[in-house]
Design a protein around this ligand. Structure first.
Ligand code: ADP
Ligand code: MG
Length: 321
């Protein structure tokens, strides 16, 4: 199949955090505006994601867990113009192969909900409009991989990291994260809640005073977000959030431009804190380059690099209160 060959080799489900990421992205692609995650034992025992999105019809349930079956793109043109988070049609099939998976879902058009398990048997179920995906006993059938899982604490914190990365990218969606039956993190929807919770998480309680907001456009590329002031610089690199068309990335070209801009001002070598978005036409960026690595390829890399560098340099060079 030509299309399949165009899609980079499938990512392997390595750990609970990879599942949390894939399930959250699916909920966003389904236009959910309320998403709850329930984890047990760092996610290795159970991961449940509940959303109020558009659901999966009875007819599409079996396809959802079939490898290379995606409802999001149907040809090469769409692959080069991806606007959804998912497009490989592989995540659920990969997860189903290494766990006990159950999907419950109801579409707005249907009076009934349906469920499917790994065994692909479809039965009637009770569920509001939206989808619950329940992944239990990760790697029960692959002991060698199960042994590679770290401690519960470490697996949980990696799940939480992806939960935050995705929640921070979507102010209009409310997110809740539970671990071992306790509510751990909650992000309410809406702009003022965004400032109170997501921005405060990244920049601390006085986020507004310690950041400069930027919003610039050059050659059809928009760069916007918040750059942290020097007093926020810290030793860990875990408060650096960069999104391309809403997708969290860690990209060498972007990292280099940001680092240069900070270095060429009074920030010196310390780890900067920032939350930035780049938005550009989907055909200007290849998000298919490295499935698991969060790397992308900009078609006009030089332009993007210089734009990031000069915008940040200008914002950081301004006198700050
Ligand atoms: P992809 O996201 O690349 O299409 P996945 O394996 O992640 O592939 O999902 C397969 C399909 O299952 C999706 O294309 C979508 O049609 C459906 N699906 C998965 N999760 C959800 C969800 N939470 N709500 C609605 N549909 C979903
Ligand atoms: Mg997906």
């Amino acid at each position: 199949n030509h299309l399949v060959n165009q899609i980079a080799a499938g990512e392997v489900i390595e750990r609970p955090a990879s599942i949390v990421k894939e399930l959250l992205e699916n909920s966003l692609d389904a236009d959910a505006d309320q998403i709850s995650v329930y984890l047990e034992a760092g996610g290795s025992k159970s991961i449940r994601v509940i959303d109020n999105g558009h659901g999966i019809s009875e007819a599409d349930l079996a396809l959802a867990i079939t490898s290379h079956a995606t409802s999001k793109i149907s040809n090469l043109y769409e692959l080069e113009h991806v606007t959804s988070m998912g497009f490989r049609g592989e995540a659920l099939a990969s997860i189903a192969a290494v766990s006990q998976m159950q999907i419950l879902s109801r579409t707005p058009e249907s009076d009934n909900a349906y469920q499917i398990t790994n065994q692909k048997t479809i039965t009637a179920a009770a569920h509001p409009i939206g989808t619950t995906i329940w992944v239990r006993d990760l790697f029960f059938n692959i002991p060698a991989r199960k042994r590679f899982l770290k401690t519960e604490k470490s697996e949980f914190s990696q799940c939480q990291e992806w939960f935050r990365r995705i929640a921070i990218s979507r102010p209009e969606v409310s997110f809740a994260l539970h671990h071992n039956n306790k509510l751990v993190t909650r992000f309410a929807a809406g702009a003022s809640n965004y400032e109170a919770s997501r921005l405060a998480y990244v920049f601390g309680p006085a986020a507004k005073e310690h950041t400069t907001f930027i919003d610039e456009v050059r050659a059809g590329v928009r760069l916007w977000g918040w750059v942290g002031h020097p007093n926020l610089a810290q030793s860990q690199a875990n408060k650096q959030f960069f999104y391309v068309n809403g997708r969290f990335i860690k990209d060498r070209l972007v990292a280099h431009a940001v680092k240069q801009a900070y270095r060429d001002t009074l920030y010196g070598q310390r780890q900067p804190v920032f939350l930035l978005h780049i938005e550009l036409a989907p055909e200007q960026v290849d998000v298919n380059a490295h499935p698991a690595k969060q790397e992308v390829r900009f078609h006009q890399g030089r332009l993007v690099h210089d734009f990031i560098y000069s915008t940040l340099h200008h914002a950081l060079a301004k006198p700050q209160s």
